[in-house]
Design a protein around this ligand. Sequence first.
Ligand SMILES: *[C@@H]1O[C@H](CO)[C@@H](O)[C@H](O)[C@H]1NC(C)=O
Ligand SMILES: *[C@@H]1O[C@H](CO)[C@@H](O)[C@H](O)[C@H]1NC(C)=O
Length: 284
Amino acid sequence: MASTLPPLSLPFLPLLILSTSFASAAGNFNQDVDITWGDGRGKILNNGELLTLSLDKSSGSGFQSKNEFLFGRIDMQIKLVAGNSAGTVTAYYLSSQGEAHDEIDFEFLGNLSGDPYIVHTNVYTQGKGNREMQFFLWFDPTKDFHNYSILWNPSHIVFYVDGSPIREFKNLAATKGIPYPNNQAMRLYSSLWDAEDWATRGGLVKTDWSQAPFMAAFRNLNADGCVQGPLASSSCGSKAWMNQALDAQSLKRMNWVQKNYMVYNYCTDLKRFPQGLPPECSAN
Ligand SMILES: *[C@@H]1O[C@H](CO)[C@@H](O)[C@H](O)[C@H]1NC(C)=O
Ligand SMILES: *[C@@H]1O[C@H](CO)[C@@H](O)[C@H](O)[C@H]1NC(C)=O
């Protein structure tokens, strides 16, 4: 973990400084999402600029986007539960409905104070997941807001942290016959909930309820997707992210993250797949 971070393709500092003035241009939680559960534990504040979720022993809370998308570019800034967050999970994912659903997951697994969060990622296609990759972060995600993004276009799915790609799932439907999410609309979901039976060190460390309520905060949601339903836009194909690929510099950065911060990769877990690794592993 000692090597230095290669430069971002965009100047990082100016972006951060600008981000406050962007705030009104980015989405507004009042317009873009519904708080769907948690009996008052989820709150939209500051005229829609901030959303907080909380978790205590009786319940967590969550929200979902009003729109459904078929392809999209979603950015959201999150400040994760601080202090002893062991057992808590903050989830941020896209999902369609039904048994053969597609899903693109970010899950942030809490930890004891001072111990690192794990960023857990997964991709489900046609109801089938088992594609977990996990990462540590190169910063403390509880001190400040950081930008977590999902790019989903017809060629690939890319997970980004502060603009750095950490994982790519390619569309290998035509070449390898691996199902790719390209015909079921997905909604954005986010939640804060308790998973003390598995989240931290595989369930060894339980939630310390004397620290409750636990709280995570969200801002600058920018859901630029191909909206489905009555608001569907026919101009979606012209959005720049529909053709966004990973250039050489982005690939280099992704390799750097994977080399230094990857905790788990299903594609190297031969014990779990004794009959052979999933077919996408040789191509992704
Ligand atoms: C979040 O990151 C993306 C790049 O992945 C960038 O386009 C966007 O401007 C960032 N948003 C903020 C508010 O920093
Ligand atoms: C929590 O910290 C321990 C000790 O550093 C580490 O082994 C573990 O991977 C961390 N994260 C989770 C979610 O267990």
